[in-house]
Every structure is written in C-alpha cells, then in structure tokens.
Design a protein around this ligand. Structure first.
Ligand code: ATP
Ligand code: MG
Length: 773
C-alpha cells in the first residue's frame, strides 16, 4: 500500500491501529490532520464501508480537502459516501432526516445570528421591555451560551441560581424571552446554529431508536481539533461512539482557543477516563515550518504553565529569522505589509495565495485592506461581513427561504415590503398580533386574510394576497425546476433586480453585481449537485449549503488572493508567508482576556496558533499609535514579543533613520521615546521598505514644524524627493516601482526605476511625476 509510505513511523502507528478508542496528541504541523485522513483511507482499503464512517472537522474547507485526498487513494465513488464535515453541517443533515421526531419539518430553516437577533429584538419589543436594559445582542449571547451548555428553557426554570443571576443583572424576564424565542423558532420551523447541536442531543437522548440507528451506522468516528469541542459536541460524539467505541480523536491542547465559546479543554484531558483501553499516540516531528519558526513557537508556549508535556522539532531548514517591524500608525502598518507582499511577490515569484495576514480582531482588517487595494494586490477577507451577509444577498435568500419554508417568519418580515409594495409597518404589526393570538404563523394569517379577524382595508388585503400568490407560484416552480431557475425568476419577478438597477448609484450597481454573482454561484452549485447520485440541485439543497457556509467555504481556491483572517479562523491552515499584525498590549493579548491566568494562557495559545501557520517566513508588526474606538491611542508592544527567544528575531525598525520624513515625524510627533525593549539590527539589504508617506494628519502636524518639507509631493517636481537606491515610489502612469540607481545632480538628477510590470525606466526627476510610497 504505497500511501503508507507517505507517513513517518509515528504517524503510521495510529493509521494502522485496529479497533478501539485512540487519541493522537501532538503539536502544530506534526501531521494530525494527515493521520486522520490516511486512517480513513486505510479503513476503506481494509474493507470498511464508507457508509459506516463519520468524520468531523473544524471547517468545511478542511473536510473538502480531506475528501479529495481520500478520493485520490480509494477512488471518487467511494469517497463520496463519507459523512464528513463540521459538527454543524453533519448534524443539520441528521436533523433533516430525523428532526420530525422533535416536530421539525425536514425543510427547516437555519437562522443565522442576525436572524436570531432580529427575532429576539422583536420579542423584547412585543413584551414591552426596555431595550436598553434588555439588549438584544447580549440576550442572544446569553441564550446561545445556555444552549451550548444544554440548558433548555425547562432546565433554566428549574435552576434558581441561573434565574437569580439574571435577576441580579436586572434582567428578570430573560427566561421568558428565552421561552418565547424557542417557541417562535419552533413555530417558524427554524433552528439557530446552537439548535443544530442542542436538538441533536435532544433527539439522541429522547429517541433511543434514532440513537441506535446512528450508533450502528457510524462504526468509525473520527474528530479533528478535538481540543475545541464544546460540551454539546462532546456528548454527541460520546453517545454515537458508545456502541463500537471506535473513536479516533486528534488534537493539541496548546491550540485550544475557543473556551470563550464553551469549548472545553478537559474533553481532551478526560478522554482516557471516558473510554476503556485508550491508545495514546504522540507525534513530534513538524513538517510544516522552518526550524526558526518551530523553535520560536516553542519558546512562546513554554510560558504557559497549564499544558501537557510535548516535544515539537523539525528536520526542515533553519529558514529566515522572524521579522519584526514597528510602524508609526495602523495605516503605516498596513502599508508596510502591502509593500512587503508586493516586494516578495516580485523577488521570489510567489503567488498571492502564499500570503496570509492574521489579526486578533476583525476590525483590524480595514487598514490592511486599504493598503492592499492601493497596491492592487488581490485579497480575500474571511469572516467579518461575508458575501452571504450582504443586504442584497440576504434579501434574495429570504425570498428563497420563504419559498421552501413559508413559516419562516424572519424571511417573511424581511421581504414582505421589499421591494416596496405598499404593505406598511402597521399592517405587518397587525398580522404579527393576529398570528400570536390565533396561534398561526404570519404566512398563514396572510393566506387566510379574508377569513381571519384582522382589521385591514380591502386594498391592503389584496396586496397581501398578491404577495402570497407570487410566493406560491414560486413554490410550484421550485417543485419542477432547479435552484438556479427559481432564483433567476425570483430576482426578476419580485422586482429585486429592477430595484437595484434603477438605483443607479455605485452601491446599486455593486448590489446588482453581487446578485449576479450569487446567481452564478447557484448555477455552479446546481451543476455540481447534478453529478451526485442522491441530489437534484433543488432549492432546499442550495439553502442548506448556504446556511452552513462558513466564511472559509467561499474559498474555492481557483483564484489567487492574499488571505486576511482572524487567528481563530486560521486554525489548521498553513501558508508559506504569514504576517501577524497588531502585536500590541491590549490588542493581543486582548484587553478583555487578561483578567486571569487562564485567559492570558488562552491568548498565548492563540499566538502559538498564529505563528505555527507559517511555513517559510513569519512577520510580526506593531504600531506605536493606533486608532481604536475612533481615537488615536498610544500602543505598547505586546508582551508576547518579549517571550520569543530573541535569537529568532530580526528587528527591522531602524530603517526609519534613512527616511527623512519618518524620522522627522517620529521625533516631532511621537517624541524620542522608544517603547520597544527589543533589539535592533541593521536594515537588511533588499528588505522591502515600509511606506513612509506621511498621513494627512501627520502632514498637518508636520506643517507646523517645518513647512518646506511638509508637502513633498506638491506639484510634479520629484527632484526634491528623498530618494535613494531601493526607495519605493509611485508614478502616475507606470504605477509602483523601486529605484535602482540615482545619478546626476540638481536639474540633471535622474533615477532608474524598475516598475511593477518589469519595465525599467530612466526618469529625469525634474519632470517625473513621482510620489513616495
Ligand atoms: P495543526 O496542528 O496546525 O492542525 P497538523 O498536526 O494537523 O497541524 P498537518 O496539517 O496534518 O498537521 O500537517 C502539516 C503539514 O505537514 C502538511 O502540509 C502535511 O501535508 C505535511 N506533512 C505531515 N506529515 C508529513 C509526512 N510524513 N511527509 C511529508 N509531509 C508531511
Ligand atoms: Mg490539523
């Protein structure tokens, strides 16, 4: 079996392990995910039916990659039958089959966080509560954490401590909100993300015949990133594996980073207690990163007291030192990163997809995005406002959801009067009230508006009936046609397309393009589904796919972009070049997570995860000043920087000395204080220069100090620019480039510049339209 040769001895052992529980505990990049993948392939090669295997991964992207690797070994046809995906996607599928036992239709809707929040906010309003005390986001959070701890409404009301805690927090009616929320979701035939786990647990506990069916089916269960499973997930896995005990989990306690969402590191620590005769395997050799990166990461994580003993080493090259850059502001940090990517791309011919920029919080992405855009570097941002969260996309999806499940109240409320069709807010309120009163759904009230006692004018009733007729005609279409055909009709007939078209503003055009992009996506999806034996490419299938699309899933891998994401999202991934930005106290470690040792240790594990994503090169950046909450504040370098053994670091910061503006700005605005306790070394030849063009704000300050240099780019005359070999400049026509050589003096001063498309030009600076970058 040649595929076994692609593993080292330590990896081969858990792959060949026969039946019974096993656990692989190992550091980053040591091949845990690889072991899981090969174990599945090997089981299949040994004759285990793919139908009997369940594999749970952290992202759907990881599942897809695993599946294609397995298909490479055992063949496409077999690999297709595997149940493999995230907890949420796998158990959504299970609930579609068996949720009927709990009273859910098989076409239940999945509410995203925004849907849940809208519903909760409507409930708070209906109950006449003060929305400043009962903040819907906080309430949603609270309900979510109850659900993740398996505290149902009933359990809540049986627990005086919980009720007291909410009463103390001046929210004595939280339990009622929780109750109403659960009832409303149920009536709407909807589950939120947490329900996918909670309801699965409920299903498996209350209906032994269902439990036995799946226990018998899933003879082999495998879980990646086990250290980040929460209580609810833990119980599901435990229940399903109880009969055969063929459970294989892999994880790394040093990478447990989701405790804020209820993940419980003790799941990994208690595994040996929960199952009999657990075989424990350890992997030590890292295949991902250079020696420098592996050892630097080891030196950081050694600061954590609370951890399992583990060794990680690598046979890979030493590689380059980790580069540390200090920026004046977050904008400059962005420019530095963009400049560095630009340069490396050119010098080493790397594709965009080799680069990742990682940050602690989503809001940090803006400065990076701005800088990348200015340099025309294509990027994809993961998390944050994803494609599917955009207004126009949610609008059309709401129509599609309503077609599949007319009881979906959040979808109905979203589109009942969009595009405007004269159904006002008062009408909507009346319908909602009637729905509550008669225990019907809003859609049912509208359907029977002639017979239900709702006081509405006859032309309003007619408008409601027209709307219902339209949705019903789509429903008929959806029974006969694929998702694409339906969506296209919806875009046209509801007037959505026209609405954006007639808008005419750039935003309107962008919306139309997004709508088109969605239709393209649906077409793609339908074609993909048609290749599968048990799929039709219909609307329900599409909606399920979308509801579970994590942001990482948008990555089809077919276009070449720099990846921007939070460190949390980067878990399990790897990139040749990684930038970790915002290495500052209060940001990373986050100000919110420094109150206890365990919080701080989780932040440190997060840094360990970040650093170990890098294969070849790692860059760390921090700023002295950062805009936070709309204010420019002083920032201090992160304590984590000092925890890295300094022999692995090269400090690039003194580059500023060669830049007149920067040093001026530094001295005049930021004073002489160097907050960095870190070593400095000489700038390395060929390292990408940071961008030092002063910001508008800095310029304004500068002007007060030295007016004559405050406007370096005034007019078209570049002979005043502080150029030297290696300086990065921007030309109005040729774009960005780097100075290769300077010659002449005064009026004759010339610069030879290599521009981005590769051409080299000699420019007379007196006339050249150049700017510093
Ligand atoms: P993480 O903790 O970050 O999830 P991991 O332990 O799951 O990491 P993998 O992602 O499985 O590690 O492996 C890291 C990299 O090393 C991958 O690119 C993988 O293909 C490669 N690799 C692992 N084992 C071997 C091996 N025996 N030979 C060659 N490459 C390997
Ligand atoms: Mg992994």
């Amino acid at each position: 079996m040649p595929y076994l040769d692609e593993l080292n001895d330590a990896q081969r052992a858990p792959v060949l392990h026969k039946d019974g529980p096993l656990m692989v505990i190992a550091g980053a990049g040591s091949g845990k995910t690889r072991v899981l993948t090969y174990r599945i392939a090997h089981l299949m090669e040994q004759g285990v039916d793919s139908f009997n295997i369940l594999a749970l991964t952290f992202t759907n992207k990881a599942a897809r990659e695993m599946k294609s690797r397995i298909a490479g070994i055992v063949g496409d046809a077999e690999a297709k039958n595997l149940w493999m995906g995230t907890f949420h996607s796998v158990f959504a599928r299970l609930l579609r089959h068996d949720g009927k036992h709990l009273g859910f239709p098989s076409n239940f809707t999945i509410y995203d966080t925004q849907d849940s929040q809208r519903l909760i906010s409507a409930i708070i309003k209906e109950m006449g509560l003060d929305k400043d005390v009962y903040k819907y986001k906080q309430i949603q959070n609270r309900i979510s954490s109850y659900k993740n701890s398996l505290i149902t409404v009933k359990a809540y009301f049986q627990n005086p401590e919980l009720m007291e805690a909410d009463a103390m927090a001046k929210r004595p009616r939280l339990g009622e909100i929780y109750n109403n929320y659960v009832e409303r979701c149920f009536k709407a035939g909807a589950m939120d993300f947490d329900d996918l786990l909670l309801r699965t647990n409920e299903l498996l506990t209350r209906f032994p015949e269902v439990l036995h069916k799946y226990q018998n089916r899933f003879k082999y269960i495998l879980v990646d990133e086990y250290q980040d499973t929460n209580h609810s997930q833990y119980l599901i896995v435990k229940a399903l594996s109880d009969r055969f005990q063929n459970i294989c989990v892999v994880g790394d306690d040093a990478q447990s980073i989701y405790s804020f969402r209820g993940a419980n590191i003790s799941n990994i620590l208690n595994f040996q207690r929960d199952y009999d005769n657990v075989a424990v395997y350890r992997l030590e050799q890292n295949y991902r990163s250079t020696k420098t990166i592996v050892e630097a990461a080891n030196s950081v994580i050694a600061n954590n007291k609370n951890q399992l003993d583990k060794v990680v080493w690598t046979d890979n090259d030493d590689g380059e030192l980790i580069k540390l850059h200090r920026a004046a502001t977050d904008a400059e940090e962005g420019r530095y990163v963009a400049g560095s990517i630009f340069e490396l791309r050119m010098q080493e011919q790397l594709p965009n997809g080799d680069f990742a920029v990682l940050y602690r919080t989503n809001s940090q992405s803006r400065a990076i995005e701005d800088a990348l855009r200015k340099r025309d570097i294509p990027y994809r941002i993961y998390g944050g406002l994803s494609f599917y969260q955009r207004k126009e996309i949610k609008d059309i999806l709401a129509y599609l959801r309503l077609i599949v499940n007319p009881n979906d109240e959040e979808a109905l409320m979203r589109v009942i009067n969009f595009p405007a069709r004269g159904i006002g807010q008062t009408t909507v309120e009346k319908i909602r009230v009637a729905a509550n009163e008669f225990n019907m759904t809003a859609f049912q009230v509208m359907e029977q508006v002639e017979h239900v006692a709702v006081k509405l004018q006859s032309n309003t009733k007619r408008k409601l009936q027209d709307f219902i007729t339209m949705i019903k005609s789509f429903q008929i279409l959806a029974q006969q046609q694929d998702a694409f055909t339906v969506a296209e009709q919806v875009a046209k007939k509801t007037g959505l397309l026209l609405e954006f078209k007639k808008d005419g503003t750039p935003e309107g055009i962008a919306r139309m393009e997004n709508l088109e992009e969605l239709l393209n996506g649906i077409k793609d999806f339908v074609e993909g589904q048609l290749e599968l034996a048990d799929a039709e490419g219909n609307l329900s299938e599409f909606l399920e796919d979308v509801a579970l699309a994590t942001d990482l899933d948008q990555d089809t891998g077919d276009d070449d972009r720099v990846a921007l994401m939070t460190i949390h999202l980067a878990k399990g991934l790897e990139f040749p070049v990684v930038y970790i930005v915002g290495m500052e106290e209060d940001l990373f470690p986050s100000a919110m997570s420094m109150n206890t040792r365990s919080e701080l240790e989780e932040e440190r594990r997060l840094f360990y995860v970040a650093l170990t994503r890098a294969e070849k090169k790692a860059f760390l950046t921090y700023t002295l000043n950062r805009y936070r909450w709309g204010k420019l504040i002083d920032a201090e370098p992160s304590r984590f920087l000092e925890e890295i053994d300094e022999k692995f670091i090269e400090n690039l910061t003194p580059l500023q000395d060669s830049y007149r503006y920067k040093s001026l700005i530094d001295r005049s605005i930021f004073g002489e204080v160097d907050k960095s306790k870190l070593r400095s070394t000489k700038p390395v030849p060929g390292t990408p220069p940071p961008s030092h063009a002063p910001t508008e704000k800095q310029l304004r300050k500068l002007r007060k100090i030295k007016p004559e240099i405050a406007q370096p780019n005034a007019g078209s005359n570049a002979s005043e620019l502080p150029l030297m070999e290696g300086t990065w400049v921007k030309h109005s026509r040729f774009g960005q480039g780097q100075v290769l050589k300077l010659e002449g003096v005064g009026q004759d001063r010339k610069a030879e510049i290599r521009f981005e498309r590769g051409e080299v030009k000699k420019l007379l600076l007196r006339f050249a339209r150049l700017e510093l970058m």
